[in-house]
Design a protein around this ligand. Structure first.
Ligand SMILES: C[S@@+](CC[C@H](N)C(=O)[O-])C[C@H]1O[C@@H](n2cnc3c(N)ncnc32)[C@H](O)[C@@H]1O
Length: 350
């Protein structure tokens, strides 16, 4: 094959992948906006612009989550890595769901490299832009890490098979598990468990229950970055699906739902309006005050975390918190089904 036809083939493959991605966006939008209570799935936030805006959010003074999780890693990374390696002192490879730019992960990878010299790191993310910056960040800081990015959506593509790379430490940090309703969180962690082997470990980062004031501040920052992040979902639909959302006709709303123990983000229509989505050949009607529910962010008690892990086939071994118990990082182990405690019995006893 000559170099021109190789390039043609690559271009055809790239077009096919892009067409599949756009079709996934279109399907998600059709389902979400056709519902009586309109919603859009949170993974739609993360195109290149959304990933940049999320990085800006992590640097906001109000967004305590990233700073606290980073401080927990900085203090306990060695302890976490040796606990994950276990008594047999196994060599670990690391895989990470929703890796983003991997800036906090660097702290853990540094501790891992100082222990075992080199490591494989598999960041998995729906955002190609986030994966590129993860790869660049890790290469620059830790050349001994072999970065093997996987661009994939993790909630729908359960056909995704995670590569076998010896004894593994899975990371799901940044409070991303809080974006799922409790049953969906268990379903996702069950899938992760099914991809791991007994003895493999999971480090899970969760935002803990606290007063409403810091939560409301974190999702309603003064600089308006979270509002821009929320509205980027509409801008993305304009770019990718030929929609005609007027961004100033929707308002960012972040509210604390005390009954469900979650922060919610909405985009509230400021007037009666019709929005055209060209790629779907559909118009969607919005009443004044009607909202599109774009994100949930559940907050956990330590019992919630232990139960969720148990239902998913993991046994919680150890948790680390910041001094105010605002954020938690939990180490859980995959055990074989014979040693697995009964999740229902545990919940009844509690
Ligand atoms: C809240 S950010 C967390 C990023 C990073 N782990 C951190 O702690 O700062 C969520 C990350 O997960 C990715 N993501 C969100 N939904 C996803 C999905 N369904 N499949 C794969 N990646 C997803 C986003 O692109 C984003 O990088």
């Amino acid at each position: 094959m000559n170099s021109c036809s190789v390039m043609d083939n690559l271009a055809t493959q790239a077009t096919a992948i892009r067409a599949r991605e756009i079709a996934a966006v279109a399907n998600a939008v059709l389902a979400g906006l056709s519902d009586k209570k309109k919603s859009l799935p949170a993974w739609l936030f993360y195109d290149a612009a959304g990933s940049r805006l999320f990085e800006a959010i992590t640097r906001l003074p109000e967004y305590y989550l990233t700073a606290l999780e980073h401080s927990i890693f900085s203090q306990y990374a060695q302890e976490m890595i040796s606990a994950a390696a276990g008594l047999d002192n196994n060599q670990l490879s690391v895989l990470e769901l929703g890796a983003g730019s991997a800036s906090k992960t660097l702290v853990l990878l540094r501790a891992l490299i100082s222990r075992q010299g080199h490591a494989i790191y598999l960041p998995i993310d729906v955002s190609e832009a986030a994966l590129q910056s993860a790869k660049k960040n890790v290469h620059a800081a830790l050349p001994a890490v072999d970065v093997q990015p996987i661009c994939s959506e993790i909630t729908q593509e359960k056909s995704l098979e995670l590569p076998q790379t010896g004894r593994r430490l899975a990371l799901y940090i940044g409070s991303s598990i809080g974006n799922f309703d409790p049953e969906d969180a268990v379903e996702l962690l069950q899938w992760l468990n099914s991809q791991l082997q007994p003895g493999d470990a999971l480090l899970l980062g969760t935002d803990m229950v606290k007063d409403a004031a810091p939560l409301l501040a974190a999702y309603n920052d003064l600089a308006g970055v979270t509002a821009a992040f929320n509205k980027n979902i509409l801008a993305r639909l304009n770019r990718e699906l030929g929609a005609d959302f007027a961004l100033d006709a929707f308002e960012h709303r972040a509210v604390w739902n005390v009954a469900k123990c979650r922060m919610e983000m909405h985009l509230e229509s400021q007037r009666q309006q019709t929005v055209r989505v060209e790629a779907l050949d559909r118009d969607f009607e919005f009443r004044r005050g009607e909202s599109i529910h774009t994100e949930n962010s559940y907050k956990f008690s330590s019992e919630d975390v232990a139960n969720m892990l148990l239902k998913s086939g993991f046994v919680l071994e150890q948790s680390w918190y910041d001094p105010d118990d605002w954020f938690g990082v939990h180490l859980a182990r995959v055990v074989d089904s014979v040693t697995m405690p009964d999740a229902d019995a545990n919940e009844e006893a509690a």
